[in-house]
Design a protein around this ligand. Structure first.
Ligand SMILES: Cc1cc2nc3c(=O)[nH]c(=O)nc-3n(C[C@H](O)[C@H](O)[C@H](O)COP(=O)(O)OP(=O)(O)OC[C@H]3O[C@@H](n4cnc5c(N)ncnc54)[C@H](O)[C@@H]3O)c2cc1C
Length: 406
């Protein structure tokens, strides 16, 4: 049986291996000049390929329940042993993120390609598929050339980071067969905030807590290293909350975030510390008294935001209410979310081919026999931390396996 895999990313390569192991004759058609470019960029080049704390709570979709069979068919254990069998010794960090022990994403791509070679899978690169047709049970894959296959796995990714090849073309192909696409939007992306001080704050990093709200609803909270940028905010906790925030932004629910610069201290503890500090340093100006307590570039901004316009006043004269104004900013600094960075910076795509139109066990299209889907093209996205690659492996393996059964 001839199987064409369109897209040589994580899910496509996995699908090709699973299908070839079942004895199919598999060809991968990839539009870039080599396969797996995005894999090389994952985990900051270290290849965070799964997570020991895998759970459904780390995934998002309009029809999340339809992912169960796939995630069980090729689960965490199978993923770890699949890669161990190919030579990847896992390294697990303190958050459960799993990397190759080499800490090189290229190791993942290398071992996948060695396996493809062993299984005699053809890799055709620089082949940009522009259309797909089915006639009398045979698929025509139209690109630089027209080639045919008995079955096709569409693994072209979503729209995130098109510089690695995924530009949303797969959605058009799916649509041409009558598939409905849940409107895609960027996930795992930096947020733009309203505020006048970002040019000054750009570059400041701190370990903080971010809470995202839509109205008075807390939609998500995350802790970790947060970075101010000249447009707003970035860092792992921001990427993590971005999906929920953008969903609310798209619904015009005016999401906002609240930053806690001192998550380890309560407001009362912070009050005691600041009160002592202002008494001890009473001879200093308010601005100077904060040096050594928070990042120097943050000091004037925090004080302005707290409502102080005279930063040269003596800190020793602050009353309880005034100290609490500073604490309110340090513990609950609120920013309206006005937008997000572009697809270019996004690490994942929310939305995609609607799962209700795909067999949840095999990932075969319910509209066209012999057409399968794998990876980010489907309406599934995961949190930061190895969950997106895990979906690529699970869905890729599933599609490849079932596609190649006689
Ligand atoms: C910078 C960055 C870092 C990331 N880090 C992590 C991480 O550490 N852990 C994690 O789990 N996830 C991470 N992700 C997300 C993860 O890489 C993706 O979710 C995953 O690679 C999706 O796999 P895929 O095969 O579905 O799509 P892709 O990897 O996007 O592959 C799709 C492939 O199809 C090809 N293609 C597209 N259209 C056509 C066409 N018309 N014809 C032929 N070929 C086509 C593309 O060129 C591409 O090679 C990261 C993403 C980025 C951008």
């Amino acid at each position: 049986m001839k199987i064409a895999v369109i897209g040589g990313g994580a899910s496509g390569l996995m699908a090709a291996i699973a299908a070839a192991r079942n004895g199919a004759q598999v060809t991968v058609y990839e539009k870039m000049n080599r396969v797996g470019k995005k894999i090389l960029a994952t985990g900051n080049g270290r290849g965070n390929y799964t997570n020991m704390n895998l759970s459904k709570a780390c995934y998002h979709s309009n029809d999340l329940h339809l992912t169960d069979e796939v995630m069980n068919f090729f689960d965490l254990e199978k993923t770890l042993s699949f890669f161990e069998d190919l030579g990847i010794f896992p390294y697990v960090d303190e958050n459960g993120r799993v990397y190759p022990n080499s800490l090189q994403a290229s190791s993942l791509l290398d071992v996948l390609r060695y396996e493809l070679k062993r299984l005699k899978v053809d890799e055709v690169t620089d082949f940009n598929v522009t259309a797909l047709r089915k006639n009398k049970g045979i698929f025509s894959i139209i690109g630089n050339d027209t080639v045919t296959a008995d079955r096709v796995i569409l693994a072209t990714g979503g729209k995130a980071s098109p510089q690695f090849g995924s530009d949303g073309k797969g959605y058009e192909i799916a649509k041409s067969f009558g598939h409905d696409i849940v409107e895609p939007f960027p996930a795992l992306v930096q947020l733009k905030l309203s505020g006048k001080y970002f040019k000054r704050l750009a570059g400041i990093k701190f370990d903080g807590l971010v809470k995202a709200y839509a109205g008075d609803r807390l939609i998500r909270k995350e802790e970790g290293e947060i970075l101010f940028t000249d447009y707003g905010i970035s860092g792992p906790p921001i990427l993590q909350i971005s999906r929920k925030v953008i969903e609310e932004l798209n619904k015009e629910n005016k999401p906002f975030i609240s930053l806690d610069v001192f998550p380890a201290l309560s407001k009362i503890e912070l009050y005691e510390i600041l009160q002592d500090r202002f008494i001890k340093l009473g001879h200093k100006t308010l601005e100077d008294s904060m040096v050594g307590f928070i990042n120097k570039k943050l000091i004037p901004v925090v004080l302005y935001e707290a409502g102080f316009d005279d930063l040269d006043r003596s800190c020793g004269k602050l009353n309880k209410k005034e100290i609490y104004k500073i604490i309110d900013i340090l513990k609950e600094w609120k920013f309206e979310v006005t937008g997000h960075n572009s697809w270019q910076q996004a690490q994942s795509t929310a939305g995609g081919v609607r799962l209700t139109e795909v067999n949840p066990k095999t990932l075969e299209s319910l509209k066209v026999k012999g057409l399968y889907f794998a990876g980010e093209i489907l309406d599934v996205d995961g949190d930061c931390g190895g969950f997106n690659l895990q979906w690529a492996w699970s869905s890729g393996y599933t599609a490849g396996y079932f596609c190649s059964l006689k």
